[in-house]
Design a protein around this ligand. Structure first.
Ligand code: ZN
Ligand code: ZN
Length: 278
């Protein structure tokens, strides 16, 4: 477990190196305003929603009397961790679909999508309310199933690492992408989810495993798209330029905010329609 604790740090160094030496786009590099907004939201979530999450978890575990269960044995611990990873991944898939389908929830999730360029810092761009909602569901499931602490910690570290990687501005592992995305949500796959075009953005909801998108018909292969220069972000928000942290926090509550991807289908898409090769 101690080794796994270093995973996000090692991954951070690798991802930053990938972005520096094999960038997908050089556009996202010097955008200090974006970085500041993303880091500000990260800090807000770290000390706000995350703090409440830990309190809920600690309080609940005290009631449940759950222990760390480090003496489960390697095989059993690995099996439980894998099962928890799969369980939370399908839950994350379902949450993500709802965040796009329900207009009220989309108001908050659009903060994540409002990043007009993508790099690993986009992983931290979430509205605190979305984090709180998501964590409340997670904590409820953890307490209900009495999931061991080591499995929760491992899954959280893997999730953080994968989140930074799938948003990364890099082409470093491009050659492996078509094989990896048979099972995993690769950067290439997740980047299509951030396109302004609703036909692409309302696909590929998976977080770690791509199997849920394939199973529930929301999979869109990046290879089937022929967009010349795809744009990232949200239609109607990109024109406003870089949104500062305050803008992002109040964005869901603005009465004038009619920006939505909900309900937009391919025919209504105001941006260039997606062309399929076949
Ligand atoms: Zn989304
Ligand atoms: Zn994303």
């Amino acid at each position: 477990m101690l080794t796994l604790a270093y995973l996000p740090i090692v991954a951070f160094v690798i991802i930053v190196s990938f972005e520096l030496f094999w960038p997908r786009s050089t556009d996202a590099r010097s955008d200090v305003h974006r970085w500041l907004s993303n880091i500000a939201l990260y800090i807000t979530n770290k000390f706000g929603s995350r703090g409440i999450y830990l309190l809920l978890l600690a309080g609940g575990m005290k009631i449940n009397g759950a222990q760390s269960a480090t003496d489960d044995g390697l095989l059993k611990a690995a099996s439980i961790t894998l099962a928890v990873l799969v369980l939370f991944d399908v839950l994350d898939y379902a949450k993500h679909v709802m965040l796009h389908r329900v207009p009220f929830l989309w108001r908050f999730h659009q903060v994540h999508h409002s990043d007009s360029k993508l790099d690993f810092t986009s992983q931290f761009r979430f509205h605190p309310f979305e984090m709180l909602l998501s964590m409340t569901l997670d904590v409820s499931l953890i307490l209900l199933l009495d999931i061991p602490v080591y499995a929760i910690t491992a899954v959280a570290l893997i999730g953080l690492t994968w989140g930074m990687f799938q948003h990364a501005n890099t082409h470093a592992l491009k050659g492996l992408d078509r094989y990896a995305r048979l099972l995993l949500v690769t950067p290439n796959l997740h980047h299509t989810h951030h396109y302004t075009d609703a036909a692409a953005a309302n696909k590929n909801f998976g977080v770690i495993f791509s199997v849920w998108d394939r199973l529930f018909s929301s999979y869109l292969s990046p290879g089937s798209l022929t967009l010349d220069t795809p744009q990232y972000g949200v239609i109607g928000l990109n024109d406003k330029g870089n949104l500062n942290p305050i803008d992002l926090l109040i964005l869901p509550f603005q009465a004038s905010n009619t920006v939505t991807q909900v309900g937009l289908d391919r025919d209504q898409s105001p941006i260039k329609r997606l062309n399929k090769k076949s």
